[in-house]
Design a protein around this ligand. Sequence first.
Ligand SMILES: Nc1nc2c(ncn2[C@@H]2O[C@H](COP(=O)(O)OP(=O)(O)OP(=O)(O)O)[C@@H](O)[C@H]2O)c(=O)[nH]1
Ligand SMILES: [Mg+2]
Length: 310
Amino acid sequence: MHQLVERIQEQDIRALARAITLVENDHEDKLQIMQDAYRIRKNGMYIGLTGSPGAGKSSLVNRLISHIRKEGKTVAVIAVDPTSPFSGGALLGDRVRMNEHFIDDGVFIRSMATRGSLGGLARATKDALRLCDAFGFDVIIVETVGVGQSELDIMKIVDTTALVLTPNSGDVLQIFKAGIMEIADLFIINKADLPGVGKLRALLRELVHITKSAEHQTPIVKTITTENQGIDTLWEKLQEHHDYLYRTTEGEKRREERHQLEVLELIRDEIWRDVYQFVQIQPEFNRKLVNSDPYKQAVDWYYKWKKEGR
Ligand SMILES: Nc1nc2c(ncn2[C@@H]2O[C@H](COP(=O)(O)OP(=O)(O)OP(=O)(O)O)[C@@H](O)[C@H]2O)c(=O)[nH]1
Ligand SMILES: [Mg+2]
């Protein structure tokens, strides 16, 4: 077993942090670490919290942590740092908002800021979640700004995806178009202290009707994080959904569906890494790139790599 995973098994928090950094940086030990970590997984509860910038995801996470800790359960949070330069303040804000939890041993908070990683942000985030699971956290939460493919991709690994919306923000249709509605297992109307809650709820019901089968009604939970309202109901509903997944075959079905895709994704990343490393060291690759046919170049380099690079 990889030495870092051995230390993770002994609940060495610094080893966990180090392992996440290695997978973020696509370290050559990555697959070994992940294989070993997978072997000691604990099947904790994976929750995804997504929603537009400023919807109140971090505030919710903060309240959830307090609530879950009261039950004696441990919590890991992976906050995905959005690539948008506009959200530059998000990290600092989260630190301030979740500050009280930083000294708690039963809480681990980590921000992912993977730019330019070969495997991509979604991949690194999924690996980080699994590493937290191997460590033994009971609940593992990932917070993402739900707009892009990367976020959709991250949500493939969680058991329960909660979509955070706010009244009158007008982002529902945007989110609907992005396909996030379909993957939401639970809707949170946060900032329920603001006007427009009824209207948003009605719109959600309508959209759910269009996108989802009738068998499973997607719960809608109202929260006001600033007043710590609705958090108990939210936690109840999250647990209910988790129980539902494990009571029925639904959870297994989901995991099976995603398993094949994940294997293919991992193979793709390995090949991509090889190709990338191969072309980077070819002096010709760095010359005369402009004004030449990129399609032809791609084909040429691909076959060159297949012949010489492997
Ligand atoms: N009125 C009201 N304001 C809230 C509520 N919850 C959060 N806020 C405020 O909304 C702002 C954004 O909250 P965050 O928790 O940082 O939102 P976020 O979704 O994590 O934001 P990003 O990570 O930047 O996408 C903060 O100023 C919060 O104080 C609420 O229930 N009611
Ligand atoms: Mg946040």
